[in-house]
Design a protein around this ligand. Structure first.
Ligand code: TYD
Ligand code: MG
Length: 457
């Protein structure tokens, strides 16, 4: 940005952040229409100063000479939350919590803070959306009583910075980034430059003072307001709170974490007294499962450090149009297309004139190939209109030649299935050879997809 004069107008795309000196109807970067908004460019932070110092202000050191001080993570006491963070909050980190409006971000933050306050931490909740009375009402509903939980309604960045420095809390939350504004920028709160500036300010604040900062960000489908996607590279940790409004389960997922694994998920249930932890997710995703009907199968997926049993459903119906439809929710669309092709070639099933719908129950998303065999089994079950045998769980990755490939961490998956009352498991035969414990399960090893169909029904 150097070379630009202060107070010159720039047009920023509110969707992707693209900047141009001239207005355009369509953003050349992301292709959205009518998203360019005039903002006044201001050098703002010293980081963007056009004057560079005459010499280096910091000196490199040999990596061997760097001393590690053990960071003490702060535990919130909400185990699902701590696990997703990688074992607690790292001091001085900036954590972004994204999610659609109304999903429960403010509720989660308030619960986490009051749990911290109950553990003698001084915590500060800054809301730009609600008044302190509204926050109080919410906290009464959540039954949180804590003296050291401080709340304030504020949107001015300078004031927030001053407040944080004066009060020096142990943890602070800013809800939400889209309401903040830096007085030295003329654009409206929620615009790209305001949201970026606010994040940068809070990042410096966190790093300089060592206070961990949670930043809440709304994600909107239309991208009408600048969203968390724009900020992901700037912060230390990005968590997304997902789920649908009409489903009580909420999943907290780490998308980026400089201090831990990104595979972890935390599962919560939204009740009228707030979010409750679900420490055994397998038990919540399965009970609604219909018994002995075609088009439903159970598989075990590893989410972070835990195995979770999930139900995959499929519906194969005759297509009314020339081009069959493939609708997929919760698993990768391309993966399903690939598996359908394998089924046509290796199992001789004619699926070209059928619509196929695949869904993972409970609004969960699975990214690993270990569920391939589950997808194939459930499509076959719906196609032949036969229910899969009771108490059977199916695991395995499928290659393009129809071979069943080994999967990782099969023991915890089988263990979880046994714990949940399953008695039969179809799994890759190479995995079976190395499996030490059988958990009283009937384990059936398979090498090719053609062997599987007979074992299912
Ligand atoms: P909220 O945390 O305000 O969402 P966000 O900050 O992500 O916009 O959550 C709002 C929803 O949660 C609202 O629809 C009501 C529901 N809710 C409950 O079901 N139980 C509760 O105890 C609370 C506080 C909220
Ligand atoms: Mg909120």
């Amino acid at each position: 940005m150097t070379g630009k004069k202060a107070n010159r107008a720039v047009f920023s795309c509110q969707n992707c952040g693209y900047q141009t000196p001239k207005w355009m109807g369509r953003c050349p970067d992301c292709g959205k229409w009518n998203t360019l908004v005039e903002e006044t460019y201001s050098p703002g932070l010293a980081l963007f100063s056009e004057k560079s110092p005459s010499g280096p202000t910091t000196r490199p050191v040999s990596i061997d000479a760097v001393e590690i001080t053990q960071v003490r993570r702060i535990n919130t006491g909400i185990r699902e939350f701590d696990r997703v963070l990688g074992g607690g909050i790292v001091p001085g980190s900036l954590i972004l919590i994204g999610g659609e409006p109304g999903i429960g971000k403010s509720t989660l933050m308030l619960q986490a803070l009051s749990s911290l306050a109950a553990r003698d931490c001084k915590v500060l909740y800054i809301s730009g959306e609600e008044s302190v009375q509204q926050i109080k009402l919410r906290s009464e509903r959540l039954d949180t009583k804590a003296e050291s939980l401080w709340v304030v309604s504020e949107t001015n960045l300078d004031s927030i910075t001053a407040m944080a420095k004066e009060m020096a809390p142990d943890v602070m939350v800013v809800d939400s980034v889209q309401t903040l504004f830096a007085p030295d920028l003329t654009s409206a709160p929620g615009s790209v430059s305001q949201v970026r500036q606010a994040t940068m300010h809070l990042m410096f604040l966190a790093k300089r003072t060592g206070v961990p900062v949670f930043l809440v960000g709304h994600v909107t489908k239309e991208g009408a307001i600048a969203g968390p996607k724009l900020l992901e590279h700037m912060v230390d940790t990005v968590l997304y709170f997902e789920g649908s409004q009409n489903n009580v389960f909420r999943i907290l997922r780490a998308v980026k974490n400089r201090f831990g694994s990104t595979n972890e998920i935390g599962v919560f249930e939204m009740k009228d007294v707030g979010l409750c932890e679900v420490s055994n997710p397998s038990s919540v995703f399965l009970p609604e499962r219909p018994n002995l009907v075609p088009g439903s199968v159970v598989t075990a997926s590893i989410e972070g450090s835990r195995p979770i049993l999930l139900e995959i459903q499929a519906l194969v119906t005759r297509s009314g149009f020339g081009t069959p439809r493939r609708t997929v929710l919760g698993v990768d669309y391309n993966r399903v297309s690939l598996l359908v092709a394998v089924m046509e070639k290796k199992l001789g099933m004619q699926l070209t004139s059928d619509d196929i719908f695949v869904n993972v129950a409970g609004g969960v998303r699975i990214d690993e190939p270990a569920v391939d065999l589950g997808i194939v089994s459930v499509i076959a079950s719906s196609f032949f209109d036969k229910p899969i045998r009771q108490r059977t769980v199916v695991l395995g990755e499928i290659g393009l030649t129809g071979e069943i490939r080994t999967i990782n961490r099969v023991e915890p998956r089988v263990g979880e299935a046994a714990k949940m009352g399953f008695e039969r498991c179809i799994l890759p035969s190479d995995n079976l050879k190395h499996l030490k414990r059988r958990n009283g399960m009937d384990l059936i090893g398979v090498q090719a997809v053609s062997e599987v169909v007979d074992l299912l029904f």
